[in-house]
Design a protein around this ligand. Structure first.
Ligand SMILES: [Zn+2]
Ligand SMILES: [Zn+2]
Length: 331
């Protein structure tokens, strides 16, 4: 009977909405586990990875002593979180290092989840001022600055400023200005037990020696003739060689060095550093196609520096402290 069907649908819809309301909009504050975990929702960077999703471009989530931070949620962020069974409503903060699509393209869906369907005022959105204002790559609504009807929630927005610390629960995040686009910030996150660094995308090598003399890094193809590094970003070596764990956006082994770290540059940065564990991520498409070069890149860095180095894979979840166990005197 159509009348019965109508009544049944009204009741079942009502129950489903109540169920969803308490699950996502009026929920309880979740507990973030103590300890240190890094979850790679994506490990790709640059245009080819963005539009082929090889590797995926969803950034990573860091659990650090009770703080849950989503770093650089690129395109695919919410889909990848769903596939990995990660509750984005448990995030404490979302961090955008700079205004390139592979770093911010998935942020608005992530903010809706963090802010409980935009019903709650909760969580921080940390991003460079141009991402928030001049280029407005995150809508004002998702910055919590305009509300529609009962959607009055949103994050607390914190524009990143070089060396200006931001407190997130018991952790302190200090943005480090890096060399990539007009405004880009890596960071150092100081927590109870460990200090964790993130390079974001950055140039590191400025000049290098070759058999035919010293050359300047330029925007041309892979560097084939490098024999040593003669000039580099000393400020970045100082900042990132003092952390315990470093997440390094390498992009490639020896290409795009004018805007990216490269594994050749990273090996120089890590030499004589205090870093105990390093993750490689933000791989260009050419690192995985036609062949997977990532294990070789990690091996190169580890052999050159003695620092334990792990190449990140899409979907990998690492317990940071257990990876650090057994590192002897360096722990
Ligand atoms: Zn990038
Ligand atoms: Zn970039």
């Amino acid at each position: 009977m159509p009348g019965d069907l109508d009544q049944q649908l009204r009741e079942r819809t009502n129950r489903a909405i109540i169920n969803s309301f308490w699950r996502y909009r009026k929920r309880e504050e979740p507990e973030i586990p103590e300890g240190y975990r890094i979850m790679f929702l994506g490990t790709g960077g640059n245009p080819e990875a963005t539009f082929t999703q090889q590797p995926r471009t969803a950034g990573f989530i860091l659990d650090a002593a009770g703080v849950r931070l989503y770093v650089d949620p690129g395109p695919g962020a919410v889909v990848r979180a769903r596939q990995m069974n990660i509750d984005l409503g448990s995030l404490d903060a979302v961090y955008i290092s700079h205004g390139h699509l592979d770093h911010y393209g998935g942020v608005e869906g992530v903010v809706e989840a963090m802010c409980w369907a935009m019903y709650a005022r909760r969580g921080y959105l940390l991003a460079p001022p141009n991402v928030l204002e001049t280029e407005r790559l995150v809508s004002y609504y998702h910055q919590g600055a305009s509300s529609y009807g009962s959607y009055k929630g949103g994050p607390e927005v914190i524009p990143l400023k070089k060396d200006k610390p931001v407190k997130i629960k018991d952790a302190v995040l200090t943005p480090a200005a890096v060399y990539h686009s007009n405004m880009n910030f890596g960071f150092v996150l100081k927590t109870k037990k460990l200090t964790i660094g993130y390079t974001s995308d950055t140039n590191y090598i400025c000049r290098y020696s070759t058999p035919s003399g010293v050359k300047e890094v330029g925007p041309t193809g892979p560097i084939m003739d490098i024999t040593g590094i003669t000039e580099y970003r000393r400020d970045l070596k100082e900042i990132f060689s003092a952390v315990d764990v470093l997440v390094a956006n390498v992009t490639s082994h020896n290409a795009w060095a004018h805007r990216h770290l490269t594994t050749i540059g990273l090996a120089h940065l890590l030499k004589n550093s205090k870093v105990k564990l390093c993750f490689l991520t933000h791989f260009n498409h050419s690192c995985v196609t036609p062949a997977d070069l990532r294990p070789l890149m990690a091996r190169y860095v580890q052999e050159a520096t003695g620092v334990k180095t792990v190449a990140a894979y899409d979907g990998a979840v690492h317990d940071v402290e257990s990876l650090m166990e057994g590192l002897g005197a360096k722990t």
